[in-house]
Design a protein around this ligand. Structure first.
Ligand code: SDX
Length: 426
């Protein structure tokens, strides 16, 4: 059992402690390396760098394993509920029946938004991308909840976490209704989290809204699948923003902005647009050739960590079948997706690069069948990931060794030179 690594530069050697986790790769602790060696380590994409210690989510990319506080994602998706997973991620344990009742009540009674907040949406064009609305709206929440911005107060940190988890569905539903030109729908306290969200999205004043338990269960399971995922780009954004002492509303808004990128949470919209562009099974070979010619990426495929199946994609695919069957939809794009997956998984180009479907490959077909336009797909991802972001923010903030994140660089620009007056420049 090695407890240190030795790095030699020229005639000097540096001993670096090796830190061990409860599972997964050990880490070489380089915190003192620059001070001792006057060298930085260099890892722009964090491909070999652990940015923090965490107890929340563990991923084994080679084995296709995802654990939330030790519980496998497949079991949570089948047995648990999104709110119970929220309690697990935030507090570290599955709640007792009484703890869940209290937690659910706390969340339920924070779902309303300030009446003045609803006018905020009026500032956007109706055709604004809902992710633009979400980024602005969540950042603006701090203007309404000044009583829970003191991040040094554990009670205020807890209230902010509950408010964010509770209000994201209300804000997301408002972003959707606003884009559709429909009136906003007030949350109902007697409904479950996912049922409340679906009602706020799809009910219209002209008739009573009838819940569909299969769709409610599918929505809840989709939220569970998207809840947290270790130190991905948007979570790292939230942690870095939080390391400066920024309050959680600002940090979550930063996470939403990062998630929007097509390489990250924006991939679910891009994956559906890709399937629409392919259109039919007959067009798959030509499209795949374009991927291999590096004209474009296969959206919904590949992952920085998973070099095997994304365990969430497997559950997502099953949910997709359930929803389409429940709604009696025979979506030709599902056949295109399934054939594209089969072709890609048997092609050496993808096999050699360990490219498998990720969570975004089947989510678009499912969400479209449920009635969401593709512009809402990343909004739903952000809604679900809010609990992961705020749990990771809480863990970062409560870490006694917390320091402001401040990476260094390899500088390759101009070395010092003197100013040249404009009449002397070449
Ligand atoms: C999410 O990090 C997380 O946990 C994210 C997430 C979460 O829950 O938070 O899981 C959510 O963001 C899922 C990923 C969604 N993104 C996409 O589906 C977009 C398509 N995927 C790619 O952009 C890519 O796979 C990434 C960004 C996801 C990962 O890229 P990496 O790890 O930086 O891998 P890479 O770019 O170094 O690729 C290695 C090789 C390259 O080929 P070569 O240069 O070796 O010839 O694989 C190729 C890449 O060109 N490659 C792909 C590909 N992904 C990688 N080729 C075609 N299609 C793809 N999708």
């Amino acid at each position: 059992m090695t407890d240190k690594a030795t790095l030699t530069i020229g005639d000097k050697s540096y001993d670096l402690p090796i830190l061990k986790g409860s599972t997964g790769p050990d880490v070489v602790d380089v915190r003192k390396f620059y001070g001792d060696s006057d060298h930085f380590t260099f890892d722009p994409g964090f491909t070999s760098t652990a940015s923090c210690e965490s107890k929340i989510t563990f991923i084994d990319g080679d084995a296709g394993i995802l654990l939330h506080r030790g519980y496998p994602i497949g079991q949570l998706a089948e047995e648990s509920s999104f709110l119970e997973v929220c309690h697990l991620l935030l507090n570290g344990e599955l709640p007792s029946a009484d703890e869940f009742t209290k937690f659910e009540r706390n969340i339920t009674y924070h779902t309303m938004l300030h009446a003045q907040f609803d006018t905020f949406f009026q500032g956007f064009r109706r055709d604004a991308h809902p992710m633009a609305v979400m980024t602005g709206a969540v950042g603006a929440l701090s203007a309404f909840y000044a009583d829970s911005l003191n991040v040094d107060d554990p009670k205020q940190r807890e209230i902010s976490a509950h408010r964010l988890i509770a209000k994201m569905p209300t804000i997301a539903a408002r972003a959707f209704q606003y884009s559709q030109g429909r009136p906003f729908v007030t949350p109902r306290n007697e409904l479950s989290y996912s049922e409340n969200f679906l009602r706020m999205c799809f009910s219209v004043p002209a008739e009573d809204w009838v819940p569909n338990p299969v769709l409610t269960r599918a929505m809840d399971r989709i939220f569970i699948l998207h809840a947290d995922h270790e130190q991905n780009a948007s979570t790292s954004t939230v942690r870095l923003a939080g390391s400066s002492g920024a309050h959680p509303f600002a940090c979550i808004a930063a996470g939403i902005a990062c998630l929007w990128g097509p390489s990250h949470g924006g991939a679910n919209q891009e994956a559906l647009e890709m399937l629409e562009e392919i259109g039919t099974v007959e067009n798959i070979p030509a499209f795949v050739q374009g991927v291999k010619d590096k004209k474009y990426k296969l959206m919904g495929f590949g992952h920085r960590v998973y070099k095997n199946f994304d365990p969430r994609a497997t559950v997502m695919q099953k949910t997709c079948y359930e929803v389409l069957e429940q709604l009696g939809i025979n979506d030709p794009l599902l056949h295109v997706a399934m054939e594209l997956e089969k072709v890609a998984l048997s092609d050496p180009y993808f096999i050699d690069r360990k490219l498998y479907p990720n969570i975004d490959f089947y989510s678009g077909i499912t969400l479209r069948a449920m009635g969401f336009p593709k512009e809402m797909f990343t909004v739903l991802f952000a809604l679900a990931r809010t609990v992961g972001w705020i749990s990771q923010w809480k863990e970062m903030f409560e870490d006694p060794s917390r320091k402001i994140g401040r990476p260094r660089q390899l500088y390759t620009g101009a070395t010092q030179r003197d100013y040249v007056p404009v009449d002397k420049r070449g």
